[in-house]
Design a protein around this ligand. Structure first.
Ligand code: PEP
Ligand code: MG
Length: 570
């Protein structure tokens, strides 16, 4: 059997049966029916199976993610029992003498159209509920499998064309041993989540869903980015050996869990981790993280039907801060847009979502979304060592405006008698070249920088981070990127501020020596990369790397940089 090569997105090795998470084919041919009663019985049966499934999913979601996430399935169950939807379908079967599939589709489409066009946002959301539910019923009528990732109850490797962040959030780590997708890159958000869930993953295979069938045994080697289909006994033995080796390696790394991070020549840096939810903090502490360098708050807003309330957010931020004790926690304000969509906000579809109305641009225009988040953060600030960071800052005006709103809310809270910390650092992500270029001007006004290379690289090289066809241009070690990074670090230091990096580059073993030489203060990465990075940094001489930095910055290609750094560190 041939092997499939993809992009290694999350380390580790998994061996299990394939499970296709594909949208089912719900097309059907209209045929004449003999007996409407038989069709009504078929419909009732499909409704019943769908109800049983939804009850199970609801119970599971409640257990794993809490009441609030489970509510969406209560809404789906209500739709299934709603006589205003079900009776017209049955009437149509009897009066028009049509098959159950046809009646279901016509009536559902009619309701979906009607709700979609209503002014009321709540009603528009009902259209999505009806669509979801009727798809499930249709699948049962047609006898095709409807994938239920939350209900997987045996060990599998999930295969999909792409996984949305909310699909990824539904995966149960107990049974989902790994995943592989056709599209996506190392910095797509499903890949990032796989790393925080510590599930081996490979993305961008181009062909995994078409080359592997349901239940075939596959090996996902998330270290090398290779998938083996139907492995031989010999290959199984080899990979079980590799699994053991990897486990042993992890034990070695774990010995440095409580240690600070020093280079071989005694220079200290901070190794922090990126998180998406309060549940991820456990992984940060287990993996020796010295702080949270990026809390991506958008996951609080995703996988649900409405905006999170201020109190819900406060609870999440407080939980993270308390778990981290006095260790720093950098919380990034909402960065929606790009590959992270929020259906309930009904934002217009854009031609270039990564260059569009996202992150701080959206928040500054929608203060009803921005202000409650800032209030929640300010209220939570007394529970730990909070730093607030604004994403996608392109101009000084944006930073000033965002900071002014923050100070305004701080003032308001104080007037209400609410305690707020007076030691919150306020910084920005540097992920747009304009900001990297004038970092010196920014450094006078911000408390810190965190370089978001996932976006900075795509914007500098004009290469979409999700597009595998231009991924050859997505070059972290390109001298253009290194010069921008250097500029940001020098600017920060000239104003006695600190510069960190929270893009995936910060945990990349090839980039780490380069960044150490450029003087980066804080490296924030997937939790599982912290201990390997600490091990690596202990073997590097920061002074030697720094002494060679000008040579590196003057090089013409990424390849030359990589060669040079290899020679320096061997
Ligand atoms: C980045 O752009 O580097 C970053 C950390 O943000 P995100 O990956 O969430 O866009
Ligand atoms: Mg970004």
């Amino acid at each position: 059997m041939k092997n499939i090569q993809g992009i290694a997105a999350s380390s580790g090795i998994a061996i299990a049966k394939a499970y296709h998470l594909a949208a089912p084919d719900l097309t059907f041919e209209k045929v004449a029916i003999d007996n409407p009663n038989t069709e009504i019985e078929r419909l009732d049966k499909a409704l019943e199976i769908s109800k049983q499934e939804l009850e199970k999913i609801k119970a599971h979601t409640k257990k794993e993610l809490g009441d609030e996430h489970a509510e969406i399935f209560s809404a789906h169950l209500l739709v299934l029992s709603d006589p205003e939807l079900i009776n017209p379908i049955k009437d149509k079967i009897s009066s028009d003498n049509v098959m159950a599939e046809e009646a279901l589709q016509e009536v559902a489409d009619m309701f979906i159209d009607m709700f979609k066009n209503m002014d009321n946002e709540y009603m528009r959301e009902r259209a999505a509920d009806i669509q979801d539910v009727t798809k499930r019923v249709m699948a049962h009528l047609l006898g095709v499998t409807f994938p239920n990732p939350a209900l997987i109850d045996e060990e599998v490797i999930v295969l999909a064309n792409d996984l949305t962040p909310s699909d990824t959030a539904q995966l149960n780590r107990q049974f989902v041993k790994g995943f592989a997708t056709d599209i996506g890159g190392r910095t797509s958000h499903s890949a990032i989540m796989a790393r925080s869930l510590e599930i081996p993953a490979i993305v961008g295979t181009k062909e995994i869903t078409t080359s592997v069938s349901q239940d075939q045994i596959v090996i996902v080697d998330g270290n090398e980015g290779i998938i083996l289909i139907d492995p031989s006994d010999e290959e199984l033995t080899t990979y079980r050996g590799k699994q053991e080796e990897f486990a042993k390696q992890k034990e070695e790394w774990a010995k440095l869990k409580e240690e600070p991070t020093f280079s071989g020549d005694g220079e200290q840096v901070e190794l922090a981790a990126n998180i998406g939810t309060p549940e991820d903090v456990e992984g940060v502490l287990n993996n020796g993280g010295e702080g949270v360098g990026l809390y991506r708050t958008e996951f609080l807003y995703m996988g649900k039907n409405e905006l999170p309330t201020e109190d819900e957010q406060y609870d999440a931020y407080k939980s993270v801060l308390e778990q981290m004790g006095d260790k720093p926690v950098v919380v990034r304000t909402l960065d929606i847009g790009g590959d992270k969509e929020l259906d309930y906000l009904d934002l217009p579809k854009e031609l270039n979502p990564f260059l569009g109305f996202r992150a701080i641009r959206f928040c500054l225009e929608n203060e009803y979304v921005f202000r409650p988040q800032l209030r929640a953060l300010l209220r939570a600030s007394v529970h730990g060592n909070l730093k607030i960071m604004f994403p996608m800052i392109a101009t000084l005006e944006e930073f000033r405006q965002a900071k002014a709103i923050l100070l305004d809310e701080k003032e308001a809270l104080k007037n209400e008698g609410v305690k707020v910390s007076d030691h919150i650092e306020v910084g920005i992500m540097v992920e747009i070249p304009s900001t990297a270029v004038i970092a010196k001007q920014f450094a006078k006004e911000v408390d810190f920088f965190s370089i978001g290379t996932n976006d900075l690289i795509q914007y500098t090289m004009a290469a979409d981070r999700m597009n595998t066809q231009v991924s050859y241009l997505y070059q972290p070690y390109h001298p253009a990127i290194l010069n921008l990074v250097n500029n940001v670090i020098e600017a920060a230091h000239s104003e006695n501020k600190w510069a960190g990096m929270c893009g995936e580059m910060a945990g990349d073993p090839i980039a780490i020596p380069i960044l150490l030489g450029l003087g980066l203060d804080e490296f924030s990465m997937s939790a599982t990369s912290v201990l390997p990075a600490r091990t690596q940094i202990r073997g590097l001489s920061k002074k030697n790397l720094a002494a060679n930095k000008d040579k590196m910055l003057a090089m013409g290609t990424a390849e030359e940089v990589v060669e040079f750094v290899k020679e320096l560190t061997e």
